[in-house]
Design a protein around this ligand. Structure first.
Ligand code: SAH
Length: 421
């Protein structure tokens, strides 16, 4: 019976790790080493295209030949990713002489270190060793990953104070008045289907103390919040009474300054007609750290859900997303409808139903053909999705006749029929 392995988390930042081999095993092993900040030296006569791309990008150093013992000079760890047993054994011997731990893909019993099956959940890393059975390790790892994703593990910490640059944090990170400042995440919830939130958005949502949600946010995402989470409904019904944006900004800032982790959950993507920028500025001005998590925007997802690609080879090389909430002839309009009418590609109009007749008239008046295919997609990606296919000339009247209502996206362009058989 062999002794138990002793688990460790290696901090490889800036430390040399030698990987021998340039095939599929190395391709799978290298990303986690780079993610850990290791100084990777790759020794192999040939590389897979994925490894080659990393070498070309300067992310690792490639020595294009077979292994030589001097390659291990200065290394802290070596990973053997070749399947020639004699060559692998000679690397093991060279590593043992230098007291360098050696992972062997070809023969785990000959290795001095084993790589566990891993799942990552924000700052948490779960590593599983299967007692000599890698498949058992993966099965257990998968089960733990499912538990984490389903939020069944208590004490799932909010992101640590002052997130990494990779999270796109803006704003001050100092504590205010001696009190620990909380933080705000502006999270895109996706277009409607609760499964269309990003993995990161979901993780932050499950860690929130306070959730400030839009009207367009999928209700099922909110159903699943812990009972102790404070839910603030920032509903803004179009053209109806609306809670002032300043008030929402104030709630975000106040709760965060009181120490809470606040998730501002917004339909689609936070920066597509979502006023996310104003909220970010308000937080930054108050010294509250902000993270932005992009979302799947309805401007692309709603056409897709109706079988309409926003671009298609040979059909459209551009797509333009426009807000229709201001009438084209209004002094407040910032859209050059004449220029938009001159485009050949795809036009996606959000918040456009109320002004649809005026918008389509304006596009036609400036030269877009009334025969151009057009579609309206209401409540895309939800169980109540409705799709109307029409033409630019007829879509406004048909939308009225069919009683289509917001939220809906209007798509204009030849892509509307591009996938029709
Ligand atoms: N930030 C959002 C857009 C906010 S503006 C995003 O990126 O998707 C609100 C408009 O988005 C609605 O009036 C409608 O035009 C569109 N919209 C949002 N969700 C939609 C859905 N599920 N189906 C169709 N249109 C939608």
């Amino acid at each position: 019976m062999t002794a138990n392995p002793y688990p460790l988390g290696l901090r490889l930042d800036g430390r040399r790790v030698v990987v021998v081999g340039g095939g599929v095993v190395a391709t799978r092993r290298v990303p986690a080493l780079l993610d850990a900040g290791a100084d990777v030296l790759l020794v192999a006569p040939e590389l897979t295209p994925a490894l080659r791309a990393r070498a070309d990008a300067g992310r690792l150093r490639w020595v294009p030949r077979r292994f030589a013992p001097e390659d291990l000079d200065g290394a802290w760890l070596v990973q053997v990713a070749i399947d020639d047993p004699a060559a692998a054994e000679s690397i093991s011997v060279a590593a043992a002489e230098r007291r360098i731990f050696c992972v062997r893909a070809d023969d785990r019993t000959a290795a001095t270190a084993w790589t566990p099956a891993v799942t990552r959940h924000g700052p948490v890393t779960v590593a599983v060793l299967g007692g000599g059975d890698p498949r058992r390790a993966m099965t257990i790892r998968d089960a733990i990953r499912d538990l984490l994703a389903a939020r069944l593990v208590p004490g799932d910490a909010a992101p640590t104070h002052g997130a990494s640059a990779a999270e796109g944090t803006t704003g001050a990170t100092e504590a205010t008045g001696g009190r620990q400042t909380g933080r705000v995440a502006l999270v895109g919830a996706g277009p409607g289907d609760p499964e269309l939130i990003t993995v990161k958005g979901w993780r932050l949502l499950t860690a929130a103390d306070v959730v400030v949600a839009d009207r367009l946010v999928p209700g099922l995402l909110l159903d699943e919040l812990r009972p102790d989470v404070e839910l603030v409904d920032a509903s803004k019904i179009p053209y109806g009474p609306s809670r002032a944006q300043e008030e929402i900004n104030q709630i975000l800032v106040d709760r965060a300054l009181a120490g809470a982790f606040v998730v501002r959950l917004k339909g689609g993507d936070p920066y597509v007609f979502g006023r996310g920028g104003e909220e970010l500025l308000a937080c930054a001005q108050a010294g509250v750290p902000v993270t932005v998590v992009p979302g799947v925007t309805s401007s692309i997802a709603a056409p897709a859900a109706a079988g309409i690609p926003v671009t298609h080879r040979g059909v459209a090389h551009e797509f333009v997303v426009v807000s229709g909430h201001v009438a084209p002839d209004s002094a407040a309009s910032l859209v050059r409808w004449d220029a938009v009418a001159g485009l050949r590609g795809t036009l996606v109009i959000l918040m456009g139903l109320k002004n649809l007749a005026a918008i389509t008239d304006t596009l036609i008046a400036h030269g877009r053909s009334p025969q151009t295919p057009a579609a309206v997609v209401q409540e895309a990606t939800t169980g109540t999705q409705r799709v109307l296919r029409s033409t630019l000339g007829a879509v406004a009247a048909e939308t009225l006749a069919a009683d289509l209502r917001p939220p809906a996206v209007v798509v204009v362009g030849d892509v509307v029929g591009a996938l029709d058989g």
